[in-house]
Design a protein around this ligand. Structure first.
Ligand SMILES: Nc1nc2c([nH]c(=O)n2[C@H]2C[C@H](O)[C@@H](COP(=O)(O)OP(=O)(O)OP(=O)(O)O)O2)c(=O)[nH]1
Length: 132
């Protein structure tokens, strides 16, 4: 049976209404694909706590989770991911890529120009629909 992981991802929007996109590095699984940054939820951990912790670790900044925006389960070849995407605001600091190959702020209408990790695509689609 495939392993199932529960992952939180942050949709961080800045004052220019741009959204933070992160490029998975060549050494990560699903390399060279864009994602909303985040990571695995620990046993018994609250989603808001998990996303705040993961973003502090990965991007060295403080965020404020606002709401759960999209929930999607995707089956990759070797594992199943339950991806919980949360809308977040930047509270303190500037995101810095420590594990990712690059970071990019993009307007909603430009999100589709990137090659996204398949699990993140439903959240990207919902974000694009929001502006209409
Ligand atoms: N947003 C998003 N996150 C993903 C996807 N797939 C995926 O593994 N993740 C998350 C879960 C992992 O916590 C994180 C890091 O992936 P990784 O390739 O470095 O895997 P790893 O086993 O070393 O993960 P970790 O123990 O360091 O958390 O990425 C995806 O498709 N979209």
């Amino acid at each position: 049976m495939k392993k199932k992981i529960k992952v939180v991802a942050a949709i961080i929007e800045n004052e220019q209404r741009e959204i933070l996109c992160a490029l998975r590095s060549p050494s990560m699984s699903i390399p060279n694909h864009w994602e909303f940054p985040g990571g695995k939820v620990e046993e018994g951990e609250d989603l808001f706590h998990a996303i705040t912790r993961e973003i502090a670790e990965e991007l060295q900044c403080d965020i404020e989770p606002i709401e759960l925006f999209n929930e999607h389960t995707h089956e990759y070849e070797s594992f199943i991911i339950e991806l919980l995407s949360l809308k977040c605001a930047l509270k303190d600091g500037t995101p810095v890529a420590s594990e990712h190959a690059a970071l990019l702020w993009l307007k909603r209408e430009s999100l589709h120009s990137l090659q996204w990790a398949p699990a993140d695509i439903p959240a990207v689609n919902d974000l694009q629909r929001e502006q209409q």
